[in-house]
Design a protein around this ligand. Sequence first.
Ligand code: FRU
Length: 425
Amino acid sequence: MSYRPCYHFAPPFGWMNDPNGLCQFNGVYHLFYQYHPFGVEWDDMHWGHATSTDLLHWEHKPIALRPDHDYDRDGVFSGSALVKDGVLHLYYTGNTWLDEKRETLRQVQCLATSADGVTFVKSAQNPIISEIPQQGNAHVRDPKVWEADGRFYMVLGTRDATDGKVVLYGSDDAIHWSERGVIAGETGRHGWMWECPDVFSLDGQDVLLLSPQGMEPDGDRYHNLHQCGYFVGTLDLELPHFTHGAFTELDYGHDFYAAQTFLDERGRRILIGWNAMWECEWPEQAEGWTNQMTIPRELSLRDNCLYMTPIEEIISLRQQSHVLAGPKFEGDAFELSFETQNDFQFDCFGNAATFSKTGDWLELTRGTDVRRLQATGTTFRIFVDASSMEVFVNDGEFVFSSRVYPTSSRTHQLRGDLEAILHRF
Ligand code: FRU
């Protein structure tokens, strides 16, 4: 019995964390990722690389970036892609430890380019940003770059003594950058460090997506070690300032972090998240690999809420579809879809995890670890893949993403007064 997914992206071997450099370049989708190829634990970061034409079937490519220069010798950390003048530009953070215990660090921003999308050359001008931001500190990382009206912008995650922040930079040539200022962060309520910021416009509004470290649990919210969520508002690039509403968690499952988006050639805003959380146990390490990405999701904004819907290409994975005859069935890779107002309970891989609707409570329970949300659900799509479950409620209004490790049972059970369709992948 393997934990290896059939239709989620996982590294060929070794450790993987954040998705990086998501883009479509000359028609081909590129996924880069934080990668340690020499072991199953996090260590000296590289950028792993894979390409795809449908975001579901990925071809592993040679490692794109290695920690081989003075400015990035202890890690090529997270970042993003920009396609400019037919050249793929990758922006990343070069990490250097300043002491043996890895307690102090230097983080600088760097650029690598590629004309063919396979081999990458680091810029002779690296590091392209080496100063600590005025209202930040040495923790400054994860550049996300975009173009607007012929200018280039970059956001970085940083912190001061108490708060996470996002700082904006501007550039005319995407190489020389000047600091514009903090656009969000002095709230005192959203953790001590903001990682992996992403800014984009969607359906007439601006969205700031981020991964705050250290938010305290609040009722049923924020029970993961770190969070991933967003603010909706208006970004003024001149001031600069992001005026926004309340922070909203993007996913309610146990394993979702460091999500990144990109605009594809069809104009879709697509998101891939790291389907994991820091400081967990990863049984797949016994198989020589660690972690997987989420299903790619198309984003839309409805009533100021981000909806995440599985990309439509996922339908092409359906091999056989039929109405579920009894409550019990077996399988490693499938989608279960149904519409109901009634209560139900879905036990995944024996009792490895359970997703249920009871009145207006939605719950995903794994062992004793419950994630719950008070919300009305009527349509459900449950995706299971070897060692994970992703539940999309109401066309992606609420999503729960968790790793679920089968012990001995491959049997699932759906109990409730409803008719479900099982799509085997
Ligand atoms: C987020 C993160 C980033 C950093 C990377 C290092 O998970 O901590 O902030 O660039 O991972 O691997």
